[in-house]
Design a protein around this ligand. Sequence first.
Ligand SMILES: [Zn+2]
Length: 185
Amino acid sequence: MNPRSPYICRSLSEKSQLPVEALPEHTIAIGGLNDGHSDHVFTLGADFFLACGREDFLGGQAQVDVGLEKNNHLLVARIHVKGHVEMLCDRCNAPMQQPVEGDQRQIFKLTGTGETDDDELVGLPTDTTEINLTHYIYECISLHLPIRHVHPQGECDPAVMEALERIQVNHVPDPRWAGLKDLNN
Ligand SMILES: [Zn+2]
């Protein structure tokens, strides 16, 4: 761990498999920031979701509103995400837009040690001039995505749904559709 790095300087927590690479557009300069509140808005496009390194993210779009509260050596970032992630439907396997909305709070403490107490508190060197939020934005999205994502009722791929119904009614699966059985749970 490099204590000079203003970027992600904490070990991986269980809730996130991989740290997402810091994108320059999510960097906030804090060196010249006065104590008090500041608002920051980011727009996430398909490139962000594809850069997350998750096979189940096909794309997406979201707006991120960050309220940053600076108080002496403490920075509190309130991240609000609203948008959708393009994923495959768990029922019919066709692409769909999974809405996602939620908040996450991240606290940065300019302690000079670079030590991290827990998941929510990240320690940074006292001379830190900027913070990058890419990883925390990704974390916020991941935490608020439902485990199961399916099309709204009636919007699944009709060909697949018809095949699945036939399997259920006949109890004799057509071998061509046998593989689709797994998609119905
Ligand atoms: Zn579907």
